[in-house]
Each structure stands twice: as structure tokens, then as C-alpha cells.
Design a protein around this ligand. Structure first.
Ligand code: ADP
Ligand code: MG
Length: 293
């Protein structure tokens, strides 16, 4: 049977946009020592804007965008959605391109044959680190240090270009992080993005600890390491790639606007993406425990 204190905490939570999938998660949440946050779509809005495009001398921005958008149309990644929208606003890609062998490699990027030629779109490790890091190095470093995500594009000749995108930190992120730190809870950002971009975004959020260049299964390992270091850990995420880490953490918290897989794997859902509700909920569950004991 569920005690009145648990019931009242669950319904109080629901009224405030935080949905507990069971009484057990209240108890666990009250014991959390650290919280790991995914970056894209969780601390940030996950609706980036294309800010800069650099292309190889023998190509035009139009060609690169048209080919990239043709592939990204089949991906659900937030970067993909943005690039497709940007392309449809900025180039008149009336020409139908034949897409074959499309592959969406979670945490890395996408690739496909466009009109018979292979194109790869994603992080440096996906298109080839050495080549990628030589392409307009100075400019690309500058863009990363501004907190922009760099998407590399490769065609059969080598790096065809880069697309830089800037995501916006959620208004609530800074307040939410501060409230958790004041409650004595460690905050850590986990991201698949590169170190320079992560450094800039972490700073914008007021998070001092972060782990960059995570792969979906690295997020799981990092959550386990954090549990050894701090004690019970909650993980907050929104994406398909966060689902394994949400399942591993003592408490998995999904953003309400997240993907179905994240919502299903989580123990708690933040209905309106209100990050600041997390600290409120922790304080509430601690109070509830005192009432029960
Ligand atoms: P995060 O952990 O920040 O949410 P992901 O793990 O989803 O990021 O992706 C990590 C990186 O992989 C991105 O920063 C991007 O460089 C690359 N990437 C993944 N999917 C795509 C895609 N569909 N298009 C372009 N780049 C992608
Ligand atoms: Mg995400």
C-alpha cells in the first residue's frame, strides 16, 4: 500500500509538472548526491541555428547544403532537423537527389550515397579526425570556443565543408543548476560534443564539471563512475542516445519534450521541460521522508 505522504507528494509533483512513475522513485530521489545532465536538448533548447558554413574551394555552399540536407532529411537528430530547415530556406533544392544506403549512427552522424556518391555528415571521429581537424583549423577552433557545434561534411574527395550551429541554453538551466548546488548536489554535464564547445556551454550554464566527447555507451560508463565517486546519481536527458544512461542511473529523469524512448526509459518526467522543478522535487522528497520516518 502507498502511504498518504507518498500519494500527496506524487500529486503535488504532478500539479507542478513533475511526473513520478512510482513511489519508489520518490525515496530514491531524496537520496541523490549528484545529477548528470545531457547537453543538447536538456540544458540547451535543442533547437540550434546554423551560424557559419565553410566549404572547400571547389564547392559552393549551395552544393554542400543540398547534399547534406538530402541525407539529414532521414535523421531525427536536432542538428539534422535544423540543417534541413536551413537548407530549404536558403537554397532552392528543386532537384531530386537519389538517396541510397542511409545510415544514422547514433552519437556520430549520418551517411548515405547521394546520386551514387558517398557523403558523411557528423563529428570529426565519424568523417576522419586527422583530415577534419586540418580543415580551416583556426576558424573551426574559434567557432568551437564560441560554444558552437561543428558538423563536418565529407565527400569522395575529402572534407567538403563544415556547418557550425549554435544552440541556446534554456532560460531555466542557470537557476536550476544553482539551486541544486545550493542544496549540496553535484552537477555534471555529459555531452557527445567536442571539448571546446562543451567548455563554452558549461560555462554558460554555470556547471563546473563536464565530460565531453561521450558516446551513447560512454554516458552509461560515466554515470557508473559518478555513482562510485558521489553516491546515488540521477541522469537527466531527452534523446535516444540518453536512454541507456537514464536506465543505468539510480533515477532517470526525462525531459517532457524528449523522444519516446527517453520518456519510456525514465522514472520521472519533467512535463514542461522545467529544469528548476528538479531541485524543488528533491527538497519535497526529503521532507516527505522526514514525515514518513
Ligand atoms: P549530445 O550528447 O550533445 O546530445 P549526440 O551524442 O547526439 O550529442 O551527438 C554527438 C555529435 O555527433 C554531435 O555534436 C554531432 O557532431 C554528431 N552528430 C550526431 N548525429 C548527427 C546528425 N544526424 N547530423 C550531424 N551530426 C550528428
Ligand atoms: Mg540530448
Amino acid at each position: 500500500s502507498i502511504s498518504p505522504a507518498i500519494l500527496s507528494t506524487i500529486s503535488n509533483g504532478a500539479r507542478n509538472g513533475i511526473l513520478f512513475k512510482g513511489g519508489i522513485h520518490l525515496e530514491r530521489l531524496s537520496k541523490i548526491k549528484a545529477i548528470a545532465f545531457d547537453k543538447t536538448g536538456t540544458l540547451t533548447k535543442g533547437k540550434p541555428n546554423v551560424t557559419d558554413i565553410l566549404v572547400r574551394d571547389d564547392l559552393t555552399i549551395e552544393t554542400v547544403l543540398t547534399n547534406v540536407a538530402a541525407i539529414e532529411r532521414y535523421s531525427t537528430h536536432p542538428l539534422a532537423t535544423t540543417i534541413v530547415e536551413y537548407a530549404s530556406d536558403h537554397v532552392d533544392s528543386q532537384r531530386k537527389l537519389a538517396i541510397e544506403n542511409m545510415e544514422d549512427v547514433s552519437g556520430f552522424g549520418v551517411q548515405a550515397k547521394v546520386d551514387g556518391a558517398i557523403w558523411k555528415v557528423g563529428k570529426a571521429e565519424f568523417v576522419g579526425v586527422k583530415e577534419a581537424l586540418e580543415f580551416h583549423k583556426y576558424e573551426v577552433d574559434r567557432l568551437s570556443n564560441e560554444g558552437k557545434t561543428i558538423v563536418f561534411v565529407k565527400d569522395k574527395k575529402g572534407i567538403a565543408g563544415v556547418i557550425a550551429l549554435k544552440d541556446v541554453v534554456r532560460d531555466e538551466a542557470v537557476v536550476a543548476i544553482q539551486a541544486l548546488q545550493e542544496a549540496g548536489i553535484q552537477t555534471i554535464m555529459l555531452t557527445g560534443d567536442r571539448t571546446q564547445t562543451a567548455t563554452a556551454i558549461a560555462k554558460e550554464c554555470g556547471i563546473s564539471e563536464f565530460i565531453a566527447e561521450c558516446l551513447p555507451d560512454t554516458k552509461v560508463k560515466e554515470v557508473k563512475k559518478l555513482e562510485q565517486k558521489y553516491g546515488k546519481v540521477a541522469m537527466v536527458g531527452d534523446g535516444i542516445n540518453d536512454a541507456p544512461a537514464l536506465a543505468t542511473a539510480s533515477v532517470g529523469i526525462a525531459m517532457g519534450g524528449g523522444t519516446d524512448v527517453a520518456l519510456e526509459t525514465s522514472d520521472i518526467v519533467l512535463m514542461k521541460n522545467h529544469l528548476s522543478r528538479i531541485a524543488d522535487a528533491i527538497l519535497l522528497t526529503k521532507r516527505m521522508n522526514r514525515i514518513i520516518k
